[in-house]
Structures are given as C-alpha cells and as structure tokens.
Unconditional design. Structure first.
Length: 296
C-alpha cells in the first residue's frame, strides 16, 4: 500500500491540490524546464513512413581543360543516402474513477494531472534530442551528441563533422556542452511520420476496466492516452556545432575556465548559420558565466 501513490493519483494527492475553499488549486509547476528548445525547432514530415531518407552530395564533378581538337571527359557527382527514424513516445495515465468523481471538480482534477504528463513528455523529448542513441535504445531516435561525439585533436578537416566540434578542455565530473543549431528544412529539423499529425496527441479513452497492481481484481479508471511520434533529421552536418567538455565548476570558480567567448566565436565561423534560424543552446549556469566573461 505504501507505494500506491508512486504511480497513481490518490485522494490524498487530490486533497493536497485543493485551495482552502475546496476547489482544485492552481499548481505551480516547479518541475517544468523553461528550455524553449522546441519553440525554435521546425518539424517536417518524413518522406518514407516512419523514416526519412536524405540524399547528401558527397562529391562534385570537375571540368576538363580542353585543348583544340581535344576531348572532354565524362563526369558525375557522387551522393550518399542517410536514413533517420522516428521514435514513439507515449504515456497512459489511469486514475481511479472514485478519486476523480469524489474530488468535487472532476474536470479540474483530470486537467491538473494532464499538465505534468505533457511537461514530462516534453522533457523526455528534449533529453532524447541531445542524448538519444539508437545503438543503446533502438526504440528512440538518434540525438545530437552521438552524431557529434568526437573532436579534432590534430589538423582540422572541414569535410568531416568533427570539424564542428570544439572542446573546452574540461576534465571534471560536471562537464556540459554548448550547442549552435541552425534550424531549417535544409539544415536541421524534427520529424514526424508520413501521413500523421505533428506534435503531441492526447486522446481521452473514458472509463476503462483495469487490473489492480496488487492482483486483487479489477477497478474502473479514467484513461488518457498521450502519443508523440518524433525524430530528428540533420540534412547538412555543417548546420550544427558543439563545444564539449565545458567544466561548470571551473567556470563559476573562474579558475582554468574555458574561454566561452572565443570558443563561441570560433564555432560560429564554422557552423552554416545562413541555412535557417541559428540558436545557441546551453545550461543556464553556463549562460550566466558567459555574460560575466563578456564583461572582461
């Protein structure tokens, strides 16, 4: 019984959400992350079901310097196809009908439980956007970090994606990254399966007969289905860049800290920002120290 409230909304939870007048209180969502990342990300329909095939030009044809009565060589360009997939992010909360019906305001009670599910799924998506790795979690989609997971240690090569990865040389346990992402249809964008709707979908399934977790029988519950089919496509690797290994502790102590201004200037000169809408993404503590460093 002590674990019931871990996964299910209880009458005690409802009581905690009420104002003194007995109405459902407006909840201050302290767990909400104000990242605003998805506000800038464009969404495009996948062109092959739940997958998206992108044809990338990998080589340009050369011309022939022809002399009089000389011939011209036949030439062609070379291409390569990259396939990006969509993952299915879903949630299925079920609330005992007595919890809702006896709350005094059933509609508000259901709504109060809807918001945290929406926020939780948004944070799951944002996490996968950066750290999703289909080699470890094939049901998800490939995020940014696994695609830009190496940085050049020798001579830079501007024909490879690691050209757009710089390092802050941090070696601590609280390292983070700064990203420059150019959102656009020919740069970097999110995906949704062909023929489906973009964004998070919510369906009220009404009352459902559910098996009790303690195997004592069945009970009636209000069920709501949340579904978000989404993926990530990088049509041109030059549209994204990363500054990795930024030690937050060193930044805040201003000791052997990464020079954020110089690193960001270098990265901005490498990333193709003219292909869409460029957006810097960083931890709020890094943002604070960036402003402090910019003063000196």
């Amino acid at each position: 019984m002590s674990t019931l409230g871990t996964y299910n909304l209880t009458l005690a939870d409802v009581a905690k959400r009420k104002d003194p007048d007995g109405k459902i209180a407006k909840i201050v969502e302290l767990l909400n992350d104000d990242h605003q990342i998805l506000e800038y990300a464009g969404f495009q329909e996948a062109n092959d079901g739940t997958n998206n095939k992108t044809t990338i030009r990998t080589g340009l044809p050369g011309g022939t310097w022809r002399k009089l009565y000389g011939g011209i060589q036949s030439t062609k360009s070379s291409t390569q196809q990259v396939v990006d997939s969509c993952g299915m992010l879903e949630a299925l909360p079920m609330i005992d009908v007595d919890v809702v019906d006896k709350s005094g305001d059933p509609a508000a009670t259901l709504l109060s439980e809807s918001q945290p599910h929406l926020e939780g799924m948004k944070q799951d998506l944002e996490s996968t956007l950066f750290y999703g790795d289909t080699a470890l979690y094939p049901e998800r989609f490939m995020g940014l970090a696994p695609r830009y997971d190496a940085y050049l240690r020798a001579t830079p090569d501007d024909t490879k994606s690691d050209y757009n990865v710089l390092t802050g040389a941090g070696a601590g346990s609280d390292n983070t990254s700064v990203w420059l992402i150019t959102w656009g249809p020919n740069a970097c964008h999110m995906l949704y399966p062909k023929g489906s709707k973009a964004g998070l979908m919510q369906e009220n399934l009404g009352k459902q007969l559910i098996d009790a977790a303690d195997s004592s029988g069945k009970f009636l519950a209000y069920a709501t289905h949340y579904k978000w089919d989404v993926g990530l496509c990088i049509r041109d690797w030059r549209a994204v860049g990363r500054i990795c290994n930024i030690d937050i502790s060193n930044l805040e102590a201003e000791s052997s800290a990464a020079d954020l201004v110089k690193l960001m200037i270098r990265l901005s000169e490498r990333v193709r920002t003219n292909m869409g809408r460029p957006v810097w993404v960083m931890h709020e503590r890094v943002k604070t120290m960036l402003r402090i460093q910019a003063l000196s």
